[in-house]
Design a protein around this ligand. Sequence first.
Ligand code: ADP
Ligand code: MG
Length: 365
Amino acid sequence: MEKINVMVVFGGKSGEHEVSLMSAASILRAIDKEKYNVIPVGITKNGGWRICDCTIDEIENGSWENEQNQLLDTKLNSKPKISLLPSEKGKGFQIENSQVKKIDVVFPVLHGPFGEDGTIQGLIEMLDVPYVGAGVLASALAMDKGMAKKILEAEGLPQAKYILINRKNYFKDKIDCINLIEGTFNYPVFVKPANLGSSVGISKAKNQEELKLALEEAAKYDRRIVVEEFINAREIECSVLGNEDPIASLPAEIIPSKEFYDYRDKYFDGTSQYVIPAELSEEMISKVREMAIRVYKLIDCSGLARVDFFVEGETNRILVNEVNTMPGFTKISMYPKMWEVSGIPYDQLIDKLIQLAIERYKDRN
Ligand SMILES: Nc1ncnc2c1ncn2[C@@H]1O[C@H](COP(=O)(O)OP(=O)(O)O)[C@@H](O)[C@H]1O
Ligand SMILES: [Mg+2]
């Protein structure tokens, strides 16, 4: 059987560049090399695309970006370049000076803006190649915390109360904005840039002084800012897999080691704890899984997504926090861990995602 050419894309311009390298390295280690021929393509922090000829460790530690690790064709002494040729159906990605004649599937292992937000999905769509994960709309919607909230609200799904603030308006009349926030919520409040992930730019503000700092911080990252009421609850996550008939994993509980589950904690310190399956009643587990699928379908996801919730202790209220369409994907990340506990091991998960990408492409054509 001919091998399937999978272009694994990692790195990227977002603040989650390093996380992406870790996710991609795990995928490259586990992917079935008998079945798939992998073309590793890194996107530098500046946005340049590079075909890599280096070890997986070099991808993980970032040294793939060094000149000598980019594939050289010894005969031609020139670097194979990726060209975009949308002229021939299904052959939009051309790798010049290479044995690879056609990319069969793209696996964009990119987190955050320019990777998880519909931009690269749109590019791949134009080139007419199957790709892993959510399409343009779902990616963009899930990435934008403001828009996602509006959609969840329209569907009557429970979530934290929120206000959307435009950066420009904030700088024009700070007092007015602060009055609006203080008139709507009690402290503490959460302040987030609308379009970022991995807790970058997010703060918990306990008083007016902290609120001002939080707004300034979030404004560094985005034109739009989400301010939310503080939810005192357990953090529960659920993995969803599939296209038209998605399935939900057993949920997990995250127990943050600090005030909240922040970037360092997620990827570097690793001091947060998790419990899979989450210690919830059978009934609550079913409700979380059902709601995860409902949210997944509402956003029109495909392939995979991790849906995150808050579960309140006393009321048992389940609130949707957010949807991640390309969640962390290292072997020890929550998304694959939840599937492992639910009966789908890591390597099979990769296989399944590639199959789903091909199925979705066929379905749409
Ligand atoms: N409204 C809220 N109430 C309480 N904690 C929150 C709230 N919003 C966010 N958090 C905390 O901050 C973390 C990061 O926020 P989240 O919205 O999930 O952003 P990210 O996309 O960066 O993961 C959450 O995992 C949770 O610990
Ligand atoms: Mg989160």
